[in-house]
Ligand binder design. Structure first.
Ligand code: GDP
Ligand code: MG
Length: 195
């Protein structure tokens, strides 16, 4: 969180984390198309051939007011594959909240867990952790065949009992509710700190 008193702005950083191709960019694309252009920046996307994200996607939202200040929510995605570890660490710096986008397809369960453990390891290296940081899980791709049950995914991934949403990011299902959930979490944490 960064407060710019001169400009009366509060900047929050929200990172969409998860394995490659789980639907992180699709979340930002949907948010981009749904929000009024006066409330959001352009969507910045850097691409590679094998995955659609090289370093990150970025979208800034300016919504409402908190204690007279303009909150800005800076949304980032991380590249999922193992070899982009360095990018993920940089993107996580100063993070206020995480949306963990899991791929519901049964064959992706190992990658979901690897990515979640990678997130926790990177947070711990920064002096944070999943127990301290606001975060929500999004179980994405619920429209596909051969998906894991929610109960099984809860058992495998949600060991801290954080809130979760079932989503179909490409159609927008639960994308906005997931965003609202993480915004509520980071803002209520900030309000506790400031009060
Ligand atoms: N059927 C289906 N496909 C999805 C869903 N979310 C993402 N995809 C597809 O999965 C692929 C990877 O999505 P993308 O958002 O680029 O994943 P990222 O690597 O996490 O940013 C793309 O082909 C998307 O169209 C979903 O909920 N359902
Ligand atoms: Mg992407």
């Amino acid at each position: 969180m960064f407060v710019n008193h001169a400009l009366q702005e509060i900047n929050f950083k929200i990172v969409y984390y998860g394995p490659g191709l789980s639907g992180k960019t699709s979340n930002l694309e949907y948010i981009y198309t749904k929000l009024d252009p006066t409330m959001r920046s352009d969507l910045v996307t850097l691409n590679t051939r094998e995955e659609r994200t090289l370093y990150f996607d970025f979208l800034q939202l300016e919504l409402g007011r908190i204690k007279g200040k303009k909150p800005r929510f800076n949304l980032y995605t991380v590249p999922g594959q193992a070899y982009y570890q360095f990018s993920r660490k940089i993107i996580l710096r100063g993070v206020d909240g995480v949306v963990f986008v899991a791929d519901s397809q049964q064959r992706r369960m190992g990658e979901n867990l690897d990515s979640l453990l990678d997130l926790e390891k990177n947070l711990i290296e920064m002096g944070s952790s999943l127990q301290q940081l606001p975060w929500v899980i999004q179980y994405n791709k619920r429209d596909l065949p051969h998906i894991e049950s929610i109960a099984a995914m809860q058992k495998k991934l949600n060991f801290f009992g954080t809130q979760y949403h079932e989503a179909v990011a490409t159609k927008g299902g639960a994308v906005i509710n997931t965003l609202k959930a993480i915004i509520n979490e980071v803002v209520s944490k900030m309000t506790v700190l400031v009060d």
